[in-house]
Design a protein around this ligand. Structure first.
Ligand code: HEM
Length: 411
């Protein structure tokens, strides 16, 4: 008989002899345990930011200055905020209610989270080395790789594996592509097949969805603001002319189209909540508050780009705000100015930002050069959003197009 089984037998034998273990006393003990548990749940929950923050502050004997934030519900905290298809709206509303736009604490179950809707605090978080690294291995796996593969439609794994196998088999000395570069990594940088599949899949799904969603938002705005579309058409006619198609190099000669694109990224950032997969690897101070290691940080870029303290008339569609005037420096959306950083900022910013920007600028320029975009007879443009992998149009765009360079016919 194993020793742990023997121990159990002894405990039961002793307990049966012990008068205190009456049914009544057992019931009282259970009641005390349950009441203590409920009291602890309430003590954790009543703290600003909800249960995860309450648990942490109790361990520190409530010595740390609390970060303001909604309590949410006992045990689950503010999971309801994130579960919403408009999480960025709800988080912004909660921050306004708690007067915590600079820094807000929330609990997602047992996970402590900080969120900011302020560009200065966003810079502190995104450019801090504490939040720069990927989460440690296990978390990285569940937050990125497993998620990437987990979301992949059936067959992607096999599909991507076949591409890797083909590259291994081929002698590809002449044309090196991204898969060849991954396969060439050696030593500490060498990737397992699973990691390689995850990287390739991550690049594919991050790169295609965001670009497609951005193009849709830009075209929707063009239909809604025909006067803006007509100015883009004028610029295209001047720079490209109607005799040929747009080339990538034409974009650099344009001023108004890039301004239109920036204004669309401001009002409809495809990733409205930045950096949800960043964990603090050590204790740190953010905006004067102590933030313990293991806390997840998020930046609500959507709230920043609609903040009247940051932007004049933030809800108005005004591309001219980005047209460079004499003596002004061009506004960069690549992460140096946190008032509009749709690709993130710092070491964990989007690695595909230049490719993404060049791709959708070229596509939009071509689509607008070839066609005039007009409202469909039956569907008006609806700017309602839904947050999936990216922030998409809840009701996909349905429009009519009229060729500009060819026959004068509507589709
Ligand atoms: C409209 C185009 C795009 C937008 C708006 C966009 C936006 C973003 C944002 C906001 C992040 C998270 C940054 C952060 O957490 O602070 C991100 C990460 C990432 N993006 Fe993009 N992206 C775009 C296109 C692309 C393209 C074309 C690729 C690749 C070909 C790509 C690959 C990635 C990858 C791999 C990450 C994860 C980086 C990391 O976690 O370290 N993205 N992107």
């Amino acid at each position: 008989m194993r020793t742990d089984t023997l121990d159990t037998v002894w405990v039961v034998a002793l307990a049966s002899k012990w008068r205190a273990f009456t049914e009544e006393n057992t019931a009282w003990s259970l009641l005390i345990i349950v009441v203590t548990w409920l009291v602890m749940i309430i003590v954790y929950w009543v703290q600003p930011g909800g249960p995860a923050w309450g648990k942490y502050r109790l361990k520190r004997f409530f010595m740390t200055k609390p970060i303001p934030g909604p309590r949410g519900f006992p045990l689950i905290g503010n999971i309801n905020l994130m579960a919403s298809p408009l999480a960025h709206h709800r988080i912004a509303a909660a921050a306004a209610t708690c007067r915590a736009r600079r820094l807000m604490a929330i609990s997602l179950g047992d996970t402590r989270v900080i969120v900011t809707c302020n560009p200065d605090v966003a810079r502190e978080i995104l450019n801090s080395s504490v939040f720069a690294d990927r989460p440690i291995k296990e978390s990285a796996y569940s937050l990125m790789f497993n998620r990437a593969i987990g979301f992949a439609p059936y067959g992607v794994n096999r599909f991507v594996s076949r591409i890797i196998a083909e590259h291994r088999a081929e002698n590809r000395e002449k044309t090196q592509d991204f898969v060849d570069v991954l396969l060439s990594l050696q030593g500490a940088d060498k990737l397992s097949d699973a990691d390689m599949i995850a990287v390739l899949w991550e690049m594919t799904f991050r790169g295609t969805d965001t670009v497609a969603v951005t193009i849709e938002w830009i075209l929707a705005r063009m239909v809604l603001h025909p006067e803006v579309q007509s100015r883009v058409h004028d610029e295209l006619d001047k720079v490209v002319g109607r005799s040929r198609a747009v080339e990538e190099s034409d974009i650099t000669a344009m001023v108004y189209l890039p301004a239109v694109i920036k204004e669309v990224l401001r009002l409809h950032p495809p990733g409205p909540l930045l950096s949800w997969a960043r964990l603090a690897i050590s204790d740190t101070i953010i905006d004067g508050y102590h933030v313990p290691a293991g806390t997840t940080a998020m930046v609500n870029m959507w709230a920043i780009t609609r903040d009247p303290d940051v932007w004049t008339d933030p809800l108005e569609f005004m591309p001219d705000r980005f047209v460079i005037k004499a003596g002004e420096v061009e506004f960069s959306v690549l992460g140096s100015d946190l008032r509009l950083a749709p690709f993130g900022s710092g070491r964990r910013a989007c690695p595909g930002k230049n490719l993404g920007l060049a791709t959708f600028s070229f596509w939009v320029a071509s689509l607008l050069h070839e066609f005039e975009w007009i409202p469909s007879d039956s569907n008006s443009v609806d700017l309602s959003e839904v947050l999936k992998l990216s922030c998409e149009m809840a009701n996909p765009l349905r429009v009519k197009v009229r060729p500009r360079r060819g026959l004068n016919r509507s589709y």
